[in-house]
Design a protein around this ligand. Structure first.
Ligand code: EZ4
Ligand code: CO
Length: 409
């Protein structure tokens, strides 16, 4: 088999997505996701200008060789743009191989290790009644694990809170990137947040009982000692995980956090290679790996990363926000089903326009996702529908403290 064409499709149904479509001389087509929120056109250019010409004529079955070739021949290693582009190629090649085999991808990864994939949804509220309603809505949708994000008194806009006003009028939790010409400015105060959060978890536990797995995303905003303190303060509420408590390019910081708290820690949605986890995994400083298949070099690299993590009893918690396209989401589900050290899968649910452009075989039943039995990864792209939604500039917001200092968002 030979690759005869590779096309980059940028579409913006509910938000921007970058999709790579690889065509072969045997008529088999593979899809890959290279979406990088707020920097989509960089990946599109990397693919179109620098990768597509290298793919024409190659044997699509040589996935490992193609991965190594794209990684090593670039000379400039790692980085979110490069690794999202490599992921797009890798996912598309696995899609082709599984279609050629006539099997859903998870069969090629060793077959199913479980019957369903436990997913968590995003509940949030500006106050407790709104938060409780949101949790109940998620329980009604079938979710059996729930992430809890809340507004904080004195702060106007907090990451992850759905109902707060956004600049472009869209629901905020659903898509934090806003279609604005410049990034929206938000405000932040870590001490107010740390004072407010434990009481919210206490109220949620009192209302919903001890059983329900609860998660929380700190979104990179604390210093190591603040994170240690928050982890301790949240221990009575038995979190499934505390995510991104510190900006984790400083891997050593997690040693301090770890010494002080037994709250499980999840890190890595902004990482793009196994090297970003070297200290975190070897020293067992985290409990869950948060990488997205789309941002960490695809199935090939994620499988190796998660096998490495498994040696240390660290589990998967693959990133699944709406800025991962249905193609990247489906790729994650095949991996989730196959690996032994599966932990949980984030599932934010795409909007109706996205589902019109990307036809999907995966299912969500009573809290469990399943990638389906269609050969390949199980996603088809409706190119006519995609063409109706051209790219729209959009930025993630950023934070300033009360004195004007830029802070991690
Ligand atoms: O803010 O993917 O856990 N999920 C998250 C996401 C990220 C977005 C950024 O593009 O932190 O909602
Ligand atoms: Co996160």
């Amino acid at each position: 088999m030979k690759i005869t064409a590779a096309d980059v499709i940028v579409t913006s149904p509910d938000r921007n997505f970058v999709t790579l479509k690889i065509t072969t001389d045997e008529g088999i087509i593979g899809l890959g996701d290279g979406t990088l929120n707020g920097r989509e056109l960089s990946v599109a250019s990397y693919l179109r200008d620098h990768v597509v010409p290298l793919l024409i004529g190659r044997d699509p079955h040589r996935i490992e060789d193609t991965w190594q070739f794209l990684y090593r021949s670039a000379y400039w290693r790692r980085g979110p743009v490069t690794m999202a582009a490599i992921a797009a190629v890798d996912i598309a090649l696995w899609d082709i191989k599984a279609k050629a085999a006539g099997m859903p991808l998870y069969q090629l990864l060793g077959g199913a290790s479980r019957t369903g994939i436990m997913a968590y949804g995003h509940a949030s509220g500006r106050d407790l009644p709104e938060l409780f309603d949101s949790i109940r809505r998620h329980l009604d949708l079938g979710f059996r694990s729930i992430r809890v994000q809340t507004s904080v008194p004195g702060i106007n806009a907090v990451y992850g809170v759905a109902a707060q006003p956004s600049v472009d009028g869209k629901r905020y939790d659903y898509e934090p990137a806003q279609r604005t010409p410049l990034p929206a400015e938000e405000d932040w105060d870590t001490r107010s947040y740390m004072r407010h959060l434990p009481g919210v978890f206490e109220a949620v536990r009192n209302e919903f009982g001890p059983e329900l797995p609860l998660l929380h995303d700190g979104h990179h905003r604390m210093t190591p000692i603040q994170a240690a303190r928050l982890g301790k303060d949240l221990e009575p509420y038995d979190l499934f995980w505390l995510e991104d408590c510190t900006p984790a390019e400083n891997q050593e910081a997690l040693r301090l956090v770890r010494q002080h708290t037994t709250t499980p820690l999840a890190i890595g949605e902004v990482f793009n290679t196994v090297w970003d986890y070297q200290t975190l995994i070897r020293e067992q400083l985290i409990d869950y790996v948060r990488s997205a298949v789309t941002h960490t070099g695809g199935i090939t690299a994620m499988r190796k990363l998660l096998d490495f993590a498994a040696q240390y009893q660290i589990k998967s918690g693959i990133h699944g926000p709406t800025d991962i396209s249905p193609v990247g989401m489906a790729a994650a589900l095949h991996l989730d089903l196959a690996i032994h050290n599966f932990g949980i899968q984030e599932y934010m649910q795409h909007g109706p326009l996205t589902n019109e452009v990307f036809r999907q075989s995966f299912t969500f039943t009573e809290g469990y996702l399943h990638p389906g039995e269609q050969p390949g990864i199980g996603v088809e792209l409706d190119e006519e529908a995609a063409a109706r939604f051209p790219y729209q500039p959009a930025y993630l917001p950023f934070n300033r403290l009360k004195d004007g200092t830029v802070h991690d968002w």
